[in-house]
Write a protein that binds this ligand. Structure first.
Ligand code: C2O
Ligand code: CU
Length: 554
């Protein structure tokens, strides 16, 4: 494969993602960052320079498994030290599977600040996708706040606790329209019929299609918080890919996409070709207070003197229905025939209870009563070089108390912070049963999209209530989807299986950034002794600094 070189300069810029000026974390002056496009077998070399004035940064390549290069996973305190202002770090890794991916900051809440972009891997020359299309589009979805990511971080870590609340806007490829009447150069005042003169930073990108052609639309969600529903007026979609894996194609009117997930859908431009159609992205899974993001499917055959704006209304985002539609959508996703099947047995099974807790009065999420607080020394170096005192050597609990009532918050909300690691034997088959529960306040339980670094997992099943002996008889061992992100539904469980075959240290966490910030994460490790070539400049922090020094002096 080829080596594809990208120079990425991370900096804050003034920008108008939703027509309102804000500081945005950009790459090379662009928001979202440049789209990386590679072919299977290529090596990506990204020279990342931190041009922020006062903070470190790292970038994670979401969905790329990093076989043999765990140090390039881009997770601060896990795979590397944050890159300090003025420094350049070289990520080098191969992309071994075609699919729709993205990248994003993985330090503090820099994803919320806008540090993200798309990463698309095409099949190698001569290889064919198991479906046909004539053209493609790529849509990276996100949510946007007018409150800075710093203010959000501090609010989440304060007493009293301040929740981030709903985003002001939704963005499609970094573009949304907060309030057209506020943006000076817009002619019309009411959404969605805002007009643009052209060239605005918040002007929607229009998807132009030829009648009767078929298009692949790649859709990924890097939202900080919200679950999204995506639909195109009058057009059915056929889902063919999820998280870089082919799925058994199915037809749908809309897709539900959560943070960390990606899909490819096929659409055929087979509607009345003298019209244009709205594409809508709306918040689902909570009472929507954030307006839809809209763009336009434009048939090239429409007469150019006509208005580009569709004459019929945009698709409605489905009303909140207690997650039934989301569940139905999730259950439609099964692996395409020919996808590797899961091992029928497991070697180790973890039961991970997700709870909302208090730690010394601070609101935190915990897993089996431990809320992750990252250490200063990156785990990868700490484990590889056996650095004593870098993190808690007691493994975190593999289970939770059998009498925990997931429907009622416990009287004693207290938990503690910790930074222990679940260590797996290399090549062991690991099951994770994620268990959801009631939140701290009221009768509430919500969806959490859990994302695993370094692996895909098979999603063996979802169930309501507490997981119990016998539920595993319902596991799908025939054609479960391979994914890197899976949902746990309110008051439910989700069963995942993966092979711990990738030497390294891997984050496993809720992809909702405020939840991650509040400790909703665990750390997995396997085969770290086999990891080679950890770059010295990735470990110049915490207790790892000494290793670099020692190596330098012989
Ligand atoms: Cu896209 Cu650890 O996340
Ligand atoms: Cu969550």
């Amino acid at each position: 494969g080829a080596v594809r070189y990208y120079k990425f300069d991370v900096e804050y810029i003034f920008h108008k993602p939703d027509c309102v000026e804000h500081l945005v974390m950009a790459i090379n002056g662009q928001f979202p960052g440049p789209t990386i496009r590679a072919q299977v077998g290529d090596t990506l070399h990204i020279a990342l320079t931190n041009n922020l004035f006062t903070q470190g940064t790292v970038i994670h390549w979401h969905g790329i498994r990093q076989y043999g290069t765990p140090w390039a996973d881009g997770t601060a305190s896990i795979s590397q030290c944050a890159i300090t202002p003025g420094e350049t770090f070289h990520y080098r890794f191969t992309v071994d599977r075609a699919g729709t991916y993205f990248y994003h900051g993985h330090y503090g809440m820099q994803r919320t600040a806008g540090l993200y972009g798309s990463l698309i891997v095409d099949l190698a020359e001569g290889q064919k996708e198991p479906f046909h299309y004539d053209g493609e589009f790529n849509l990276l979805l996100s949510d946007w706040w007018h409150k800075s990511s710093h203010e959000q971080e501090v609010g989440l870590s304060s007493i009293p606790f301040r929740w981030v609340n709903d985003p002001q806007s939704l963005l499609i490829n970094g573009r949304g329209q907060h309030n057209c009447s506020m943006a000076g150069h817009l002619i019309n005042t009411t959404l969605p019929q805002c007009k643009f003169k052209g060239g605005e930073e918040c002007e929607p990108q229009i998807l132009q299609v030829d009648p009767n052609k078929t298009y692949r639309i790649r859709i990924s969600s890097t939202t900080s918080l919200v679950c999204l529903n995506f639909a195109i007026a009058n057009h059915k979609m056929v889902v063919v890919e999820a998280d870089g894996n082919y799925v058994e194609p199915f037809t749908t009117d809309d897709i539900y996409i959560h943070s960390g997930e990606s899909y490819s859908v096929l659409i055929t431009a087979n509607q009345y070709s003298n019209k244009n159609y709205w594409i809508s992205v709306g918040v689902t899974g909570r009472e929507p207070t954030t307006p839809q993001a809209l763009t336009i499917l434009n048939y090239k055959t429409t007469v150019s003197s006509d208005t580009i704006f569709p004459t019929s209304p945009p698709p409605n985002t489905p009303q909140f229905d207690g997650y039934n539609a989301t569940k139905a959508f999730t259950h439609k996703i099964i692996a395409l025939k020919g996808t590797p099947k899961p091992p029928q047995q497991y070697d180790r099974r973890l039961h991970l209870l997700n709870t909302d807790n208090l730690v010394d009065g601070y609101e935190r999420y915990a897993i089996n009563n431990i809320s992750l607080a990252l250490p200063t020394t990156p785990y990868l170096a700490a484990i590889k070089y056996k650095i004593g005192g870098a993190f808690d050597q007691n493994p975190p609990p593999e289970n939770f108390s059998a009498d925990y009532d997931i429907f009622n918050p416990p009287v004693n909300h207290n938990s503690k912070t910790g930074n222990g690691v679940y260590m797996f034997e290399l090549n062991h088959v690991v099951d994770v049963i994620l268990q959801n529960s009631n939140e701290l306040h009221g009768k509430v339980s919500e969806i959490h999209p859990w994302h695993l670094h370094g692996h895909d997992f098979w999603v063996l099943g979802h169930g309501e209530g507490k997981f119990k002996e016998g539920d595993e008889r319902k596991f799908n061992l025939e054609n479960p989807p391979l994914r890197n992100t899976a949902l746990i539904f309110p008051y439910g469980w989700t069963a995942l299986r993966f092979r711990a075959d990738n030497p390294g240290v891997w984050a496993f966490h809720c992809h909702i950034e405020p939840h991650l910030h509040m400790g909703m994460a665990v750390v997995f490790a396997e085969g770290v002794q086999d990891v080679e070539d950890i770059p010295a400049d990735s470990i110049q922090c915490g207790l790892a600094k000494k290793i670099v020094m020692n190596n330098k002096h012989g």
